[in-house]
Design a protein around this ligand. Structure first.
Ligand code: NAP
Length: 272
């Protein structure tokens, strides 16, 4: 049987944690498979996807700067969720035609649920309306949450809220998050604030016991937001859980097999 090849399209991809996470799954299940990284030129995305198909690659993840660009190519049939989000992070070549999916949304939901966070009927505050904020907002809304989207560039929050069911857009001016959080069950940081810096987009005194806080940022694992949340008695969910479950969902799509979640999680966390 030929070896299965999976990979990641992005630029840069050298620090990606996807290769060790997926290869840990192959090792655990004894699969003959490899996960490799590719950095095509920006103008060559469509050709890269066509080439992957021609070569018999089984699945690709897609990351910055290509997630949105996949929708502009005619190399893949994009599913409804990824079309609504406007970004593809997983391409599946195992069927008759390549299909594009977004597992960031479902990955974030699974990260919350495995921490016993109820999303259905919840009020969720999503800070940030970029790629991660879009995926998470659609995921939360589809799962039955009311979504309050707050973004530094307020117009982007309103534009996203117009597309997401049961969502309202806000800016990030003083007092906004405090007011939104006073009636919330779930808080998500989908900004890059906290990434490799000790900063938080949310005032510490707006956090409380009973709130569940997911930070999409995973470098560092324990961000200032999550430290503040833990100190306030809130449930904390770090960004590695979201990263893990987007990978778990991609593995399921590509292989149809039960993913070895623990092995994938260990591989990821040992490198963070
Ligand atoms: P993006 O599309 O570039 O969006 C960045 C977001 O951060 C925008 O909403 C932006 O607001 C906001 N922002 C940036 N600097 C800010 C500041 N100083 N104050 C307030 N808001 C600020 O990036 P992305 O792809 O959504 O990624 C966002 C974060 O999520 C990154 O740290 C990324 O690593 C992480 N992420 C994690 C996962 C995971 O699996 N855990 C998956 C995807 C992304 P404006 O619109 O005003 O610029």
């Amino acid at each position: 049987m030929a070896m299965d090849v999976f990979g990641l399209l992005g630029n840069p991809v050298e620090h990606s944690l996807s290769p060790p996470m997926h290869e840990a799954a192959y090792d655990e299940l004894g699969l003959e498979a490899r996960y490799v990284t590719f950095e095509p030129a920006v103008d060559d995305l469509g050709a890269a996807i066509e080439g992957a198909r021609t070569l018999g690659i089984t699945g690709l993840n897609v990351t910055i700067p290509f997630k949105q660009d996949v929708l502009e190519t005619d190399a893949v049939a994009v599913d409804e969720m990824a079309t609504r989000i406007g970004a593809v992070n997983t391409i599946d070549f195992s069927g008759s035609e390549p299909t594009g999916h977004n597992t960031d949304a479902s990955g974030a939901l699974r990260a919350l649920r495995m921490h016993d966070v109820t999303v259905e009927g919840a009020t969720a505050v999503v800070v940030g309306a970029g790629g991660a904020g879009r995926a998470i907002s659609f995921g939360l809304a589809d799962a039955g949450a009311t979504v309050e989207i707050a973004n530094r560039t307020e117009s982007t929050a309103h534009e996203l809220a117009d597309e997401v069911p049961n969502a309202t857009g806000h800016g990030l001016e003083d007092g906004t998050l405090e007011a939104l959080l006073s009636g919330a069950d779930v808080l998500v940081n989908a900004t890059s604030v906290g990434l490799e810096e000790d900063a938080t987009p949310v005032p510490a005194d707006a956090l409380y016991d009973g709130l569940a806080v997911l930070d999409a940022v995973y470098r560092p694992l324990e961000t200032r937001l999550l430290r503040d949340a833990a100190a306030a008695g809130a449930t904390t969910v770090d960004g590695a859980w979201m990263l893990l479950y987007q990978g778990v969902e991609a593995f399921e799509l590509w292989t149809g097999r039960e993913p070895p979640v623990e092995a994938m999680n260990d591989a990821l966390r040992s490198r963070l």
